[in-house]
Design a protein around this ligand. Structure first.
Ligand SMILES: Cc1cc2nc3c(=O)[nH]c(=O)nc-3n(C[C@H](O)[C@H](O)[C@H](O)COP(=O)(O)OP(=O)(O)OC[C@H]3O[C@@H](n4cnc5c(N)ncnc54)[C@H](O)[C@@H]3O)c2cc1C
Length: 426
């Protein structure tokens, strides 16, 4: 069977990617040639696959279609959110109190594991995550949520911030107050991905770049993964290609849809940087198409905003992001933008990741829906360890297929997403 899906990393790290311009040189890793054996084959060297490879060391061979961290993991906003992608109030309704509490513990374990990563890999970690409300309503809901998290979950890192205090903190008065999560923060994601790859290789894992897995099949009780350059025969397979996986990922294909999101970075802001995000936290707002932003170590504004729902990026990414940036910071409307790029991420209908053993010994995790920086490395570790109880817990979270089946899901879902995006502008 020939693989007809577009290449997940068409240019190594995306043209104009500021992370690629500021990460240390990372050596090219040889592509796979010939037939090799491994206990576990991992497809995809993003945060999920690398988390698995770190846990497995010499037991793993990783196949990466592009370069380490070249897709979402090396192109994202670097925002580190605590918890699951859906908040605990939503989860309690969707999966019941017990599973919601167990999912919170998974997220807290992921946070502890992420803390160790940032302490041992140089990735510009900074604490603090602000959630800003773009509408006047919501203060009471935020207060109730802070109380729920403190009383039921023992999480005391959330703090309300009023409208004026938020305006002083951010240097803009477009928001109506919000929440500060002292447990979150931000990182340079490509430095983190490359540091994870180096750690996995130091533990004995082999990573092949520019090696795209096309199919897998069972043969003589083992699993054979075919690539253009050779094949891997293994006992277990971890599919961690996020929204870009092809038919190899079985039921994940109908449940995880790729969408594109865009980021721009300004020239250093000089003294103005002191007036913007004074605490140096990361910020995301409550819009359906979220605006997310933070300062870099050299005083630039890194701003994410804008999506599209079709294969390919627009030709003027900087212009698209500038329009959103200027609404949040009108005084930066004419600022010089030095870098702008796009990335593809997997989303699910429920916005919770699809985690499943799709066949004996074949595990998939994808569709973190914009919140994978903290969770994905830990979920990769869970896939590697085959932690049956936790994997079953995550598999119980509903991630239904997109309506319309394989062929109609694009137009139907795009219509739905576009409607919500339009509502942001009303
Ligand atoms: C623009 C953007 C902004 C984002 N911002 C944030 C944020 O601020 N905070 C947050 O928490 N999350 C954010 N996300 C989401 C986050 O980046 C992802 O959830 C996370 O990186 C997913 O990691 P992953 O390893 O599962 O997938 P990826 O990083 O996409 O890795 C999958 C890898 O698999 C490879 N691959 C795919 N198919 C094959 C194949 N057939 N053979 C071999 N290799 C293959 C790809 O080349 C890729 O390297 C953002 C995503 C984007 C795109």
């Amino acid at each position: 069977m020939t693989d007809q899906t577009p290449h997940p990393c068409p240019s190594p790290y995306g043209r104009g990617n500021w992370y690629a311009a500021t990460a240390p040189e990372f050596p090219d890793l040889p592509s796979l040639k010939g037939d090799v054996q491994a206990e576990v084959c991992i497809v995809g060297a993003g945060f999920t696959g690398l988390g698995a490879a770190m846990a497995l060391g010499a037991r793993a061979i990783v196949l990466e279609a592009g370069r380490v961290g070249c897709a979402a993991s090396g192109r994202n906003g670097g925002q580190v959110h605590t918890g699951q992608r859906r908040d605990q109030a939503w989860l309690e309704k969707a999966v019941g109190r017990d599973d919601a509490m167990a999912l919170w513990r998974v997220a807290e374990d992921a946070r502890a594991s992420f803390k160790t990563l940032t302490e041992t890999i140089d990735c510009d970690w900074r604490p603090g995550m602000i959630h800003a409300r773009h509408k006047p309503q919501g203060e009471a809901e935020d207060a109730a949520y802070i109380a729920l998290m403190a009383e039921r979950y023992g999480y005391d890192q959330l703090e309300p911030i009023g409208e004026q205090a938020l305006a002083d903190e951010l240097g803009t008065d477009v928001y109506h107050g919000g929440l500060i999560d002292h447990g979150g923060g931000h990182v340079h994601p490509l430095k983190l991905a490359q540091g994870m790859a180096a750690r996995a290789m130091a533990a004995g894992a082999v990573i092949h770049e520019n090696t795209r897995a096309a199919t897998w099949r069972r043969e003589g009780g083992r699993i054979v993964v075919e690539t253009s350059g050779g094949r891997v025969t293994c006992d277990q397979l971890i599919l961690s290609g996020d929204g870009q996986l092809n038919a190899m990922a079985g039921p994940a294909q109908a449940r995880v849809m790729p969408i594109n999101n865009f980021i721009a970075v300004t020239a250093p802001l000089g003294d103005l940087a002191d007036e913007i995000i004074r605490s140096n936290a990361a910020v995301s707002d409550s819009r359906f198409v979220v605006n997310y932003f933070r300062k870099t170590q050299d005083g630039r504004l890194l701003f994410g905003g804008g999506e599209n729902y079709r294969p390919g990026f627009p030709s003027d990414i900087a212009g698209l992001v500038r329009r959103n940036l200027a609404k949040v910071y009108p005084r930066l409307a004419g600022v010089e933008i030095t870098h702008a790029w796009g990335g593809t991420l997997g989303i699910t209908l429920s916005r919770m990741p699809f985690v499943s053993e799709i066949a004996p010994g074949v595990r998939v995790a994808s569709g973190y829906s914009g919140q994978g920086v903290m969770l994905a490395p830990y979920v990769g570790k869970l896939l590697a360890e085959g932690n049956a109880q936790t994997l079953a817990l995550m598999a119980r979270v509903p991630t239904p297929p997109f309506p319309g089946g394989r062929w109609l899901r694009w137009p139907l879902t795009v219509a739905g997403l576009s409607w919500y995006a339009l509502r942001d502008r009303l």
